[in-house]
Design a protein around this ligand. Structure first.
Ligand code: XMP
Length: 539
């Protein structure tokens, strides 16, 4: 790998954190390809797919300063799709200089249309758009489509269409509605595809991306869980030196992986604080304690604060008030524990790359993840943040967790809200008795879902306990018991979700176990609302 391509992923990551931490540069060289975001629905997914191919990639806004791109010394550039027509008045434009950086450029959908327009080809609004599955006919494989079949399926989403490539370009393929669906100019190092290689409905998409990254850009496919770990260990050591570090463990995969990385890097300089607020799922607190204290030998302060939290929840029925009460108490407990650990200067946060993108990050602002732990920690805590996951997508975090030996149960744990079961006792007070019923019902649900092999397929599966009792009959007796709601959804990012079509037999098994094993429950219902219009949680 040439020296002038000494682009480090850690550098990219450190630039995103708080300015005081920027002087940390790890020596390891990892090739990078930049994705410029023109507002497409799948832009983030492109960066994820590039990483899956083994090349580090970050998503930058299309109007980013050219110097910012140059400074990263990427080995290639990808222009994403976008919702606009290239002719729309406020459509994002292409800075011609992007094509003159001396690195290969791949335009996808809108990205390709921008290139065609800029370089003198013909792109026009077509009578009919092309949305969804389409058939691609490859007339010439060229470099970009090398090794892919003459006829293949691809996924399209566009109205403007390329009718003629710019001078010096070869049209490689067409589709039902696109006379030019792929093109290239090897001489100029510019490539374009109308279809979306990043979605699973384009079966050769990943292969085409790999060809671009490896054969065209000359990237080494080295980005992996192992390389991330190596990279981050060096970075953490450089940032923390011999300072003391504190980490709030929630039991979720993000804080667990962040804590393990820091522990691997600086050993017992790290102390984890696990606040058990009594609102966790069944046995979860014990699992966290046994994994960290017993297995990984991480110094861990476990605080059993159930009583304190229940006291704060007494009489509280409004969901936002519950969240606030829990958040405030969490901070109080955490601060008390932190004060006992004199000299801790650093605080570990499990901030992910998606949080950084969502908060418009990358400007150096050290935003604290608002959903982290319970209510988020206040920003007047006087710590310097250590954020080893700041450049990573969720699936990479899981891969790193597995690489570090985190138990499978923790690696694959479904997302769980910081305020825990309290916001799933709906319409009423989260009392110990209700929380226990909900916890037991939830344990049955998880158990059955795991046994059916469906746990990983679901974004979340959980129970809700409304403050409602209904009449039933069990044995010869009339009962008046709780209704348990089953909520199971599939999703990619929690922004949208679909209700999971769990098999009827499984649902029956779950319902009958709940009613037989839990005295207080006499009815089980299934929530079949998608998001939107519903949210995933009930409150
Ligand atoms: P909704 O219910 O808004 O949830 O569709 C989207 C995702 O966010 C999680 N969630 C929370 N996480 N604190 C958290 O840490 C909260 O107060 C909270 N509320 C919702 C929810 O579980 C889902 O994954």
């Amino acid at each position: 790998m040439s020296q002038d391509h000494l682009v480090t992923a850690s550098r990219a990551a450190t630039e995103l954190v708080d300015e005081s931490a920027v002087d940390v540069e790890a020596p390891r060289a990892i090739d990078e390809v930049v994705v410029l975001d023109f507002g497409g629905q799948y832009s983030q997914l492109i960066a994820r797919r590039v990483r899956e191919c083994g090349v580090f990639s970050e998503l930058l806004p299309h109007h980013v300063d050219l110097e910012e791109i140059r400074r990263r010394r990427p080995k290639g550039l990808i222009l994403s799709g976008g919702p606009a027509s290239v002719y729309a008045e406020n459509a994002p434009r292409l800075d011609r200089r992007l094509l003159e950086l001396g690195i290969p450029v791949l335009g996808i959908c809108y990205g390709m249309q921008l290139i065609v327009r800029e370089l003198g080809g013909r792109v026009e609004a077509a009578e009919v758009g092309e949305f969804g599955r389409s058939n691609l006919t490859v007339r010439e494989q060229g470099r970009l489509l090398a090794g892919t079949p003459e006829e293949q399926t691809c996924w399209m989403s566009h109205r403007d269409t390329v009718f003629a490539p710019p001078p010096g370009f070869t049209a490689l393929a067409s589709s039902t509605a696109s006379p030019v669906a792929a093109l290239e100019s090897v001489e100029q190092g510019i490539y374009g595809i109308q279809f979306h290689p990043e979605v699973v409905h384009t079966p050769y998409g990943q292969q085409i991306l790999t060809t671009f990254l490896e054969d065209i850009c000359g990237c080494a496919l080295e980005w992996s869980a192992e390389s991330i770990v190596e990279e981050q260990l060096e970075r953490i050591r450089a940032q923390v030196g011999d300072g003391r570090v504190i980490c709030g463990l929630s039991g979720g995969v993000d804080s667990s992986v962040a804590a393990l990385l820091v522990h691997r890097a600086v050993g017992d300089q790290l102390t984890c604080v696990f606040v058990d607020h009594g609102l966790m799922r069944k046995n979860e607190g014990d699992q966290v304690i046994s994994a960290f204290r017993d297995h990984f030998k991480v110094p861990l302060v476990a605080v059993d604060a159930e009583e304190r939290f229940l006291a704060k929840l007494r009489g509280v029925t409004d969901p936002e008030a519950k969240r606030k009460a829990i958040g405030a108490e969490f901070i109080r407990v955490f601060e008390e524990e932190a004060a006992k650990l004199s000299g801790a200067r650093f605080l570990v946060q499990g901030t992910l790359y998606s949080d950084v993108i969502e908060s418009g990050g990358g400007t150096g602002a050290a935003t604290i993840k608002s959903h982290h732990n319970v209510g988020g920690l206040p920003d007047d805590l006087e710590f310097e943040l250590v954020e080893p996951l700041r450049a990573l997508f969720k699936d990479e975090v899981r891969a790193v967790g597995a690489e570090l030996g985190l138990p499978e149960r923790l690696v694959w744990r479904q997302p769980f809200p910081g305020p825990g079961l309290a916001i799933r006792v709906v319409g009423g007070e989260a009392t110990k008795a209700r929380l226990d019923v909900l916890r037991d019902a939830d344990a049955i649900l998880q158990d059955e879902i795991r046994q059916a092999g469906l746990y990983r397929e679901l974004w979340q599966s959980f129970c809700v306990l409304p403050d409602v009792r209904t009449v039933g009959v069990q044995g010869d007796e009339r009962t008046y018991g709780y209704v348990v709601v089953i909520r199971a959804v599939t999703s990619d990012d929690a922004m949208t979700a679909d209700w999971a079509r769990l098999p009827y037999d499984l649902l029956e098994q779950i319902a009958s176990r709940m009613i037989n094993e839990l005295r207080e429950v006499n009815r089980v219902v299934l929530d079949i609302t998608s998001k939107p219009p519903g949210t995933i949680e009930w409150e």
